[in-house]
Design a protein around this ligand. Structure first.
Ligand SMILES: Nc1nc2c(ncn2[C@@H]2O[C@H](COP(=O)(O)OP(=O)(O)OP(=O)(O)O)[C@@H](O)[C@H]2O)c(=O)[nH]1
Ligand SMILES: [Mg+2]
Length: 284
């Protein structure tokens, strides 16, 4: 079934699923030969800074960063066989959140970014994570990155709590990556390898590279599976609505039939009564 036909059926029978059609379009539009790594998280959590670090944009940032909501659209850069995709921060406005979600649909690997100073994960973060895990990525392809790692010492309790939350929601084996973006930039600029190591960026880069290499051979098949799952979700929704519609139609037809039966019986009774009266008159 083609996208146009699906779109028509969904608009007609289950408009509440129109967002899934948009997500399907985004998934079908994925054209990169290499794995897509997509960042996801609330605004100001350090997503764009992280991508600048991972793509070695230290002095000339490619992904714009700022202290106020900055990223408004999904933007990408390919580096060492990985396409890094930046997304707007969640919870600023509906359009940005929608664009970020569309980004996750295109992800082969998701980097969930969270600032240590924001404390442990909130219920809505956990729900978003669980939903991403269910629909868009295998648990081993979800990386959680905690920025502001330079404050890790005083945030041990928060790190432990977040780790526990992630293990409950994503997988018992997951541990977050700790990253300090300004420390990475300083280390690179001043050629101080100890700072670069401390920033956590090389460790994350290595793990991403390993996962990207692992998933590369099955990339096309996995993407096709995701598209297929969305098509099936929409087909099931349309079929459910059609079944409901048919059931309603059958009830209406049965009601109409019943009305007809009652009407015919009444007419017959009336005819009979009339005939009786005529007979009475004739017999007078
Ligand atoms: N201390 C510290 N600051 C960081 C770190 N990472 C990012 N920042 C700062 O946090 C602020 C926001 O960073 P961005 O990278 O623009 O955050 P973002 O998540 O892309 O923000 P939006 O695009 O608005 O969603 C900037 O001032 C960064 O310099 C970090 O690891 N440590
Ligand atoms: Mg940004």
């Amino acid at each position: 079934m083609n996208l146009h036909k699906i779109n028509q059926l969904v608009s007609k029978h289950c408009p509440e699923k129109e967002e899934v059609v948009t997500q399907l379009e985004a998934a079908m539009a994925v054209d990169s030969a290499c794995p897509n790594v997509v960042v996801y998280g609330v605004y100001n959590s350090g997503k764009s800074s992280l991508l600048n670090s991972l793509t070695n944009h230290v002095t000339d940032e490619f992904f714009r960063t700022r202290d106020v909501p900055e990223t408004r659209e999904n933007k990408h850069f390919e580096y060492q066989g990985i396409r890094y995709i930046d997304t707007p921060g969640l919870d600023v406005n509906i359009q940005d959140t929608r664009a970020a979600k569309l980004g996750t649909v295109q992800a082969d690997i998701i980097l969930l970014v969270h600032r240590l100073s924001a404390g442990s994960l909130q219920q809505k973060d956990l729900e978003a994570l669980a939903s991403i895990g269910r629909t868009h990525a295998r648990p081993e392809n979800i990386f959680v990155v905690l920025t502001e790692a330079e404050t890790a010492d005083e945030n041990q309790a928060v790190i432990a709590e977040i780790t526990q939350q992630l293990q409950q929601v994503i997988s018992p084996n997951i541990t977050p990556f700790l990253v300090a973006n300004p420390v990475f930039c300083k280390g690179m600029r001043e050629e101080k390898p100890a700072l670069v190591q401390f920033s956590g960026i090389p460790a994350l880069q290595a793990q991403l590279q390993q996962t990207a290499n692992q998933i590369a051979p099955e990339l096309a098949a996995e993407r096709a599976k995701k598209v297929q799952a969305m098509v099936e979700e929409l087909q099931a929704a349309v079929a459910e609505q059609q079944t409901l519609l048919q059931a309603r139609l059958a009830i209406e037809e049965a009601k109409e039939h019943q009305h007809k039966v009652v009407f015919v019986e009444r007419v017959k009774a009336f005819q009979q009564a009339l005939q009786t009266q005529l007979n009475d008159i004739e017999s007078v």
